[in-house]
Write a protein of this length. Sequence first.
Length: 95
Amino acid sequence: MTLHRLLLPAACAVFLLACARPPHLTSDAATRRAMAAAVKDGYVLRDYKLPVIHAPEHSNGKWLLQFDALEGKPGHQFLVSVDDRTGDAQVTPGN
């Protein structure tokens, strides 16, 4: 086996590991930012379950938090995305 056949896979592995970075925000910080944005948009959080959280490695650098209504309040949900780099939160109404 030639040297370049050994080095190329090793170089690719190092590159991929260097590109994968852990989230900047913690899940708690992302949740606090999402909740603050939701309240600012007029949502009453006591009417919703705790959010389902999706970490940024699966969502293009954004934390995604899904808020579903409590029982007895069907059909109400919304989504908040929190940018892991900037911390900016955006609320998307559901149904």
